[in-house]
Design a protein around this ligand. Sequence first.
Ligand SMILES: NC(=O)c1ccc[n+]([C@@H]2O[C@H](COP(=O)([O-])OP(=O)(O)OC[C@H]3O[C@@H](n4cnc5c(N)ncnc54)[C@H](OP(=O)(O)O)[C@@H]3O)[C@@H](O)[C@H]2O)c1
Length: 231
Amino acid sequence: MTPTDPRPIAVLGGTGPAGMGLALRWARAGEIIIIGSRDARRAEDTADRIKLKAGNQAKVSGMENSAACAAADLLVLTVPFEGQAALIKQLKPAMRPGSILIDATVPLATAVGGRASRTLGVWQGSASQQAAELVPTGVAAVAAFHNLSAELLNGDGLLDCDVIVCGDDAHANQLTRTLAAKIPGVRAIDGGKLENARILEQITALLIGLNIRHKGHGGIRITGLPPEAYL
Ligand SMILES: NC(=O)c1ccc[n+]([C@@H]2O[C@H](COP(=O)([O-])OP(=O)(O)OC[C@H]3O[C@@H](n4cnc5c(N)ncnc54)[C@H](OP(=O)(O)O)[C@@H]3O)[C@@H](O)[C@H]2O)c1
């Protein structure tokens, strides 16, 4: 496998704003997208809505999460924290060795009735490290896309944001950065080991607080790195 191979991307929980926005941007970039949902019909409806926005040439279909997972080796997880562990356990038998699970889950305190501007402590260190612990051997977990506003992703404009990608598998990290850089306005940066995902997840809570305070759609830019650090 190389970073340029055509392959479907399964967006699990892709019926929500975060997954749908990522799927829309990648569909516009020519990627083959499978929207995953607990309900196949909802996935198909979302795929149709994305095609309406991205154009008829867009390659987007919808399936129940397990079927979507079995049909792809690039898996993007965009579900609320309260559903993350159970969904990964359910999907485990459908994950093929060599697959990459890109996790965008933020452990917001809303999972237990708290504020969206706070996060929960996760025993493993972060939601993405929890994901890494739950995937089968041979599946690489990567953390990315936590700090992109779904509202902006679902629009038509440039994002004006950086995506920091954290993961322990260099190939999976590189491939995820290639995908991130396909979103107009996004620069992708290697953020090092998966353990740094806890910081990406915390930044989202801060951004949500800033968005509430200033009524905006904040993102992050990292300045001062050499040009080769940005993809
Ligand atoms: N929204 C943002 O701006 C943003 C930005 C960055 C990261 N994130 C993170 O990305 C994830 C998704 O965000 P979102 O706003 O799109 O969330 P969401 O709308 O609450 O959920 C996304 C989808 O997940 C599925 N889902 C909901 N509860 C589930 C459960 N208990 N088990 C399995 N699937 C479940 C639903 O799809 P079906 O009912 O069709 O199965 C839903 O449409 C979250 O972890 C969030 O913190 C969000």
